[in-house]
Ligand binder design. Sequence first.
Ligand code: UDP
Ligand code: MG
Length: 315
Amino acid sequence: MKTVDIIVPCYNEAEGLDLFYQETEKVVSRIDGYEFSYIFINDGSRDASLSVMRRLAQEHPRVHYISFSRNFGKEAGMYAGLRHSSGDYVIIMDADLQHPPALIPQFTAAIEEGHECAAACRLNRSGEKGLRSFLSGLFYKFSNSMTDVTLPQNAVDFRMMSRKMVDAICSLSEVERFSKGIFAWVGFDTKWIPYENVERAVGSSKWSFKGLVKYAIDGITAFTVKPLHMIRNMGILLFVVSLIYILVVLIKTLIRGVDVPGYASIVCLLLFLGGIIEFSIGIVGEYVSHIYLEAKDRPVYIIQETDLTEGKEHE
Ligand code: UDP
Ligand code: MG
């Protein structure tokens, strides 16, 4: 019997949790050779999620929960789940049934075929606003051209991974976690399983537009230092161009005397250089902020309550 931990990060999912458990259990109870457990992570929900989890854990011996002291974000939730998992395999899935449990038999089949990981990817983005899906396409193109890891577009955080891969993911101890990139970065042979996007069962998406923009910037800066190299190259180019321009101005002044009307060129140069400097400082600042956060080395999450035995955590 192989053991599988299903990790479910939850933020204000109280109304959907029972349905989630029933639907998932319906599927996994029919899979032979695997024993499934659940680890629900209550990410500082403001609704009754925690009490629903407590009840589920009481009713079902293979349901466990971890409750954070506040909202730490889905990344922290997934990380906590992975670190507390002990199964031979781990499945990560959303609580809103947007990750169809019906895919799980395909995951286990892929694992049986010898893959270290099986991951879901969306065939379409129905239920998502046009602008959002356009911008997300742009992000993947940009990010993949900038970074060394290739983020598969349409990949979602719904996957089954072997213990080996989970341990590899946990060994990346960065505080600011960008799982999509981390999954790609650790490697391992992955089978992609396409599925039709489904709308949320209940509740609403927890992502704000601002949150998504931050996620995109963090994703790129966490996996590449190319923007820093770009600034360096831009600096070199500007330096060479200005040297040439200085020579031109010097020679012109020597030959034709002082040229007083020069307002337009000065203003243009000032604005241009000012803009580039600001932009560059911004990019450097982005990296400095990452260094700052990593240097503080604060925990990714703080557990307030759990029914899991302490000390089970993986390093
Ligand atoms: N989630 C979380 N912490 C957060 C935001 C979301 O644990 O701060 C969980 C949420 O409960 C859900 C999953 O992450 O199980 C995906 O969130 P959501 O459905 O809002 O995102 P979307 O499906 O729109 O990408
Ligand atoms: Mg969702």
